[in-house]
Every structure is written in structure tokens, then in C-alpha cells.
Design a protein around this ligand. Structure first.
Ligand SMILES: [Zn+2]
Length: 187
């Protein structure tokens, strides 16, 4: 019996190690693919450390600007809906702005639970996982072929999932809330 338990433990340890190794490989591929990265820290009321990783300085700045604007808009949106911003944990946010083909490569992105959305291709995804992400980091992966309104809506959508994670909010339909925020326009 003890031997069986030890064997199961060994299998679990190997499995976790394989997941970590796959994630390390994915991160290396993604970071090689995007080549350049810029890290910017937002301080202030929100005190969220935000890092953007993209292929050029101009796209990094653009994604940074859109993310900051939309975090501020999300504050207004959540306030109007009387939704709490009380955090259950402190997590930083990293946005990877990567090619669509990389984002949808099931081998590279094998750490995502593709079955959760019927294995459909995605243009953006939010991930928090203490095993596969650095401690206290939420990650948004976003396709770099998005432009204009679609890009803005995708960032908005994934930010609601970040807020959900930050506040441990599992109540209500988060997909509906994400879609509602996508449609919200502030001056
Ligand atoms: Zn969603």
C-alpha cells in the first residue's frame, strides 16, 4: 500500500514537472517570437504592476496605452454596477502580444485547457495558474493581428477575467459581464 502511494506521488511529481517544463518551453518560444519586450509599472490607486511583451517598441506602447485606458474604464464600469474591487490576492498582469499562429498552436500553448472552449481558435485569453505562472501573475495572451475596435474589445474582455481573478469573484456569468464591458464606450 505504501509503495503504491509512493508510486502515485512520483507520477504526480513527474506530471507537474512535465507541465512546468512545457510552460518554460512555451515561454521561451513566445519570448523568442516577440523578440522585444518592455516592462512598465503602473503605480497609483490600482497599484497593479503591468508588463507588456510585444515585438516592437511601438506596439508595446500601443498595447500599454490601451490596457491602461481600459483598466481605468473598468474602474468606472465596475463602480456603476456596484461590483466590488476588494482584492483577495495581489497579482501582477502580463500581456503577451503574439502572432495568431503561435497563440493557436496547441503544442506551444499546451498549458491552456483548450477543451474548456471546445478547442476553438482564440484571439485573446486570460490565464492564472499558480503552477504554470510565476507566483502572483495573471497573463493575457492577445493576437497581434487585431486592430481598432476588435483589439480594444478583446483587451476589455480579458481585463474582466483579470478582475474576476483579482477579487476571487466567481458569482454571476463572467462571459456576459465581459461582453457587456466590451460594448461599453466611455469618453
Ligand atoms: Zn471570456
Amino acid at each position: 500500500m505504501k509503495q503504491n502511494k509512493l508510486f502515485l506521488l512520483l507520477i504526480s511529481v513527474c506530471y507537474i514537472f512535465i507541465l512546468v517544463a512545457q510552460d518554460a518551453e512555451a515561454k521561451t518560444i513566445i519570448e523568442n517570437e516577440v523578440r522585444a519586450s518592455t516592462e512598465i509599472t503602473i503605480s497609483g490607486e490600482n497599484n497593479i504592476q503591468l508588463s507588456i511583451v510585444s515585438s516592437s517598441q511601438s506596439s508595446t506602447e500601443k498595447i500599454f496605452q490601451l490596457t491602461v485606458e481600459n483598466i481605468s474604464q473598468m474602474d468606472s464600469f465596475l463602480g456603476e454596477k456596484n461590483l466590488s474591487q476588494a482584492r483577495c490576492k495581489n497579482i501582477n498582469l502580463v500581456v503577451y502580444h503574439i502572432p495568431y499562429d503561435i497563440l493557436n498552436n496547441r503544442r506551444i500553448m499546451s498549458f491552456l485547457d483548450w477543451s474548456a472552449w471546445n478547442n476553438l481558435n482564440v484571439t485573446g485569453i486570460y490565464v492564472f495558474d499558480s503552477v504554470r505562472s510565476p507566483t502572483g501573475t495573471g497573463t493575457i495572451y492577445i493576437s497581434n493581428d487585431l486592430r481598432g475596435e476588435i483589439l480594444n474589445k478583446t483587451i476589455k474582455h480579458e481585463l474582466i477575467h483579470f478582475w474576476q481573478d483579482l477579487t476571487c469573484n466567481t458569482a454571476g456569468n463572467m462571459e456576459l459581464l465581459s461582453v457587456e464591458f466590451e460594448k461599453t464606450v466611455y469618453d
